[in-house]
Design a protein around this ligand. Structure first.
Ligand SMILES: *Cc1c(COP(=O)(O)O)cnc(C)c1O
Length: 448
């Protein structure tokens, strides 16, 4: 098969997603209201279609991918390539073998289309006509905009204001696919208006944008809300990445010793890692799992594990997760997709049980790694994905010191060709590192 870039045939596309819920080391705490009462699935029907709610709470280990969706995945470029980073290995002079799954080849440039298509599919099946969502850097908004175009759904995207201003190209991508894009906080919702009254220059955050998108969906009966990360059903759809990777590695006679990925809400990392975590939990493989976050939004390394809202206004149910508090507004780092106060509840449990190790890096060291990767492998990583690249380089250097020929697998969740401003700032020495001094969670409700 020559170069491993060739490991891409259609039979490698799975026909089921992997649901980690039945395999978690402890049951997932349910979503709750501030009173402590458990949120029932039917209460979510104002914002999500029934099938996605079913998937959210399902304890079936394998969930079938509908045939229409499978065909779409194939048409849009799945399976994505599994690539061996030989030139990176050589440049690091490491005995490690480094493989990455490259999601940047998909039409909107990242993994997010995997769940966007699935969500648009189930919404259309249940007669929904319009979707609202939030976006940070714009990758999720672009993916949902394309999915909306494919399934004939209107899409309104609340885009975090700082990204709207710093990243006009992704706004244009979304508009090209036919979506309506508004900077958040916006004057279209109560949540947005309340924030703008107090602080007209508020840079926005994913949490605020989520509040606005949910409010819009709740107030409009033909509209549902769509979320690009954090929730179980989103992580479920992304497991297609890891299931493909497993088959691709199998063809090469390889199995990973370390699985690495960048974490915003956790979806691309879970997507790659969960099928391998399945093996570790059930067959006790010795694989290590490393989840990487920015020092500017260190939910796994410095947050607390407790119930918090998914959004700033407190419209979502409370989820038990590692959180910095829903009022936390991260500094405007270039990895916009990692600027979130919480992290997926399932990933939080795996971190608590030591199955997944969490590390945090500064953006300057992340961009340094990204530039090194670009100059060896040729691909310019998304600033989010570059967090994984930094950890990979550290692991490969460690393998060299220890003389260990380990197999490193990571997710290159997207390309950075629309994130060149971050690269420019790095190259011109203008990048600044920022991290919270103190994390205040005293305002969070006590619900358990
Ligand atoms: C959105 C995004 C992320 C972070 O989100 P997760 O849900 O943690 O995957 C990472 N990489 C890219 C390229 C993204 O677009």
């Amino acid at each position: 098969m020559g170069g491993v870039r060739g490991v891409q045939s259609p039979e490698l596309l799975p026909d089921k997603w992997y649901n980690i819920l039945p395999d978690l080391p402890e049951p997932l705490p349910p979503p709750r209201k501030p009173s402590g009462e458990v949120v029932s699935p039917s209460e979510l029907e104002a914002i999500f279609p029934k099938e996605l709610i079913r998937q959210e709470t399902s304890t079936e280990r394998w969930i079938s991918i509908p045939e229409e969706l499978r065909s779409l995945y194939l048409e849009l470029g799945r399976p994505t390539p599994l690539i061996r980073a030989r030139r990176l290995e050589q440049a690091l002079d490491t005995p490690a073998r480094i493989y990455f799954k490259y999601e940047g080849v998909l039409p909107t440039g990242s993994h997010k289309i995997n769940t966007a298509l699935a969500q648009a599919y189930y919404n259309r099946l249940e007669g929904v006509r319009r979707l609202t969502t939030e976006t940070g850097a714009g990758q999720w908004g672009s993916a949902l905009a394309l999915a909306g175009a494919i399934f004939g759904l209107k899409v309104r995207v609340y885009m975090v204001r700082v990204s709207y201003e710093q990243k006009p190209y992704r706004r244009i991508v979304m508009q090209t696919y036919g979506a309506e894009v508004v900077p958040s906080p916006s004057p279209y919702t109560d949540a947005g208006r309340r924030i703008l009254e107090k602080d007209p220059d508020n840079p926005g955050s994913l949490g605020i944008a989520i509040s606005e998108a949910i409010e819009d969906a709740v107030k409009n009966p033909d509209t549902k809300y769509s979320l690009g990360s954090v929730l179980n059903h989103v992580l479920l759809h992304q497991t297609i990445i890891g299931l493909e990777a497993k088959r691709q590695l199998e063809l090469l006679g390889e199995y990973p010793d370390v699985v690495i990925g960048a974490v915003g809400g956790g979806s691309n990392y879970a997507g790659l890692a969960y099928p391998f975590i399945h093996d570790r939990l059930r067959k006790n493989t010795g694989t290590r799992f490393v989840a990487v976050e920015p020092r500017a939004a260190p939910s796994m390394t410095r947050g607390e594990y407790r119930y918090d809202y998914g959004d700033t206004a407190g419209l979502t149910p409370l989820l038990k997760m590692h959180t910095l508090g829903h009022r936390y507004i991260p500094p405007p780092i270039h990895a916009g997709g990692l600027r979130y106060h919480g992290v997926a509840p399932t990933l939080s449990i795996l971190v608590n049980h030591g199955v997944v190790e969490a590390v945090a890096y500064k953006q300057t060291e992340v961009f340094e790694a990204a530039v090194f990767f670009a100059r060896t492998e040729g691909i310019i990583p998304a600033p989010e994905s570059a967090h994984a690249v930094k950890a990979v380089i550290d692991e490969a250097r460690k393998a060299r010191r220890e003389g260990e020929a380990k197999v490193i697998l990571f997710n290159l969740s997207g390309h950075g060709l629309l994130d060149l401003k971050g690269y420019e700032d790095y190259l011109e020495g203008r990048l600044v590192d920022a991290e919270p001094e103190k994390i205040d969670l005293s305002y969070l409700p006590e619900v358990d």
